[in-house]
Design a protein around this ligand. Structure first.
Ligand SMILES: NC(=O)C1=CN([C@@H]2O[C@H](COP(=O)(O)OP(=O)(O)OC[C@H]3O[C@@H](n4cnc5c(N)ncnc54)[C@H](OP(=O)(O)O)[C@@H]3O)[C@@H](O)[C@H]2O)C=CC1
Ligand SMILES: O=CCCC(=O)O
Length: 291
């Protein structure tokens, strides 16, 4: 199967490498062209613009940072829209809001193309291992056609119906995750400040009702203040912001998520945005202990 891939950040690089490893012919494009080099070493072709990728490939996947990037790659000069046509499919796996997805979907459909939004749960390692959870919505025919690619990228794919449902599901999941990360960070700091061994807290959590893969994976590195980015904090804050906007739209009160968003914003404002989202821990650590 020949596919295009737009966006070779942390996730896009791992996902396109995975497709190459599984025998897909992949044509890549990235805004900063140097990121294509490693993919070329593994057998990818490159194209000079999103339009050139779409011209060459029947199916084009995208994994871009945020709504601005997702819209720009489609609508700007040399963008996807210039070459999308009858029978071609565009699959945007970026985490964006439902409005962004709908704008892209309408534009693609108006040119005879097919659109699927397909954000993912799971981070860098699951992307490398083909263990993502894919939250697709939009054109069911396109979903069925690209299942071989989803089977390589993920351990499970959901088809959630109309465009927007994938985006909403992803935002709800990440809103919960971001709130949990804040509570976890507070707990680590409280344990340490009250004289407990944070490693013991991790062992206790692991055996109880709130044991979960995120605490297990991130806890040890958070104790070491190691925030090498798997999921950049700036993207987590974007997801909190978009989830809060969705909550506004439906008049859903989310005080816990709103507080978590403030902590992520504060972390961004002190320069932690490019670190892993677990670096929000630092915000709670800087509180002065009582004298
Ligand atoms: N990392 C993770 O654990 C996960 C991330 N996601 C989501 O996946 C998406 C990508 O995340 P991730 O790979 O971590 O992010 P990165 O920041 O590593 O990569 C972002 C990508 O978007 C591109 N980009 C940014 N702005 C523009 C623009 N204006 N025009 C064109 N391209 C642009 C970047 O290009 P350039 O290289 O030129 O900067 C890069 O290819 C995000 O929506 C994120 O929320 C979803 C699940 C997990
Ligand atoms: O959007 C990022 C999600 C990260 C994860 O699911 O571990």
């Amino acid at each position: 199967m020949e596919v295009g891939f737009l966006g070779l950040g942390i996730m896009g690089k791992a996902m396109s490498l995975n497709l190459l490893r599984h025998g897909f012919k992949v044509t890549v494009w990235n805004r900063s062209p140097s990121k294509c080099d490693e993919l070329v070493e593994y057998g990818a072709s490159t194209a000079e613009s999103p339009a050139a990728v779409v011209k060459k490939c029947k199916y084009t996947f995208a994994m871009l940072s945020n709504p601005v990037a997702a819209l720009s790659v489609v609508f700007d000069k040399d963008g996807v829209l210039e070459q999308i046509s009858d029978g071609k499919g565009y699959i945007d796996m970026s985490t964006v809001d439902a409005d962004t997805s709908s704008k892209i979907s309408e534009a693609i459909s108006s040119k005879g193309g097919y659109f699927l939004e397909a954000p993912v749960s799971g981070s860098k390692k699951p992307a490398e291992d083909g263990q993502l959870v894919i939250l697709a919505a939009g054109e069911k025919t396109l979903y069925d056609e690209v299942i071989p690619a989803f089977d390589v990228l993920g351990k499970k794919s959901f088809f959630l119906g109309q465009v927007g449902n994938g985006a909403k599901m992803k935002l709800v999941v990440n809103m919960i995750m971001g709130s949990m990360m804040n509570a976890f960070s507070e707990g680590l700091v409280l344990a340490e400040r009250s004289g407990l061994e944070p490693g013991n807290l991790l062992d206790v959590l692991e055996l109880g009702a709130i044991a979960n893969p995120m605490f297990k994976l991130k806890g040890p590195s958070m104790i070491q203040s190691n925030y090498s980015p798997a999921f950049p904090l700036k993207h987590q804050q974007k997801d909190m912001r978009l989830a809060l906007a969705l909550a506004d739209e439906h008049a859903v009160s989310m005080p816990v998520a709103a507080a978590a968003n403030e902590a992520f914003k504060k972390a961004r404002s002190v320069g932690l945005g490019d670190l892993d989202f677990s670096a929000v821990h630092e915000i709670f650590k800087v509180q002065e202990p009582p004298s």
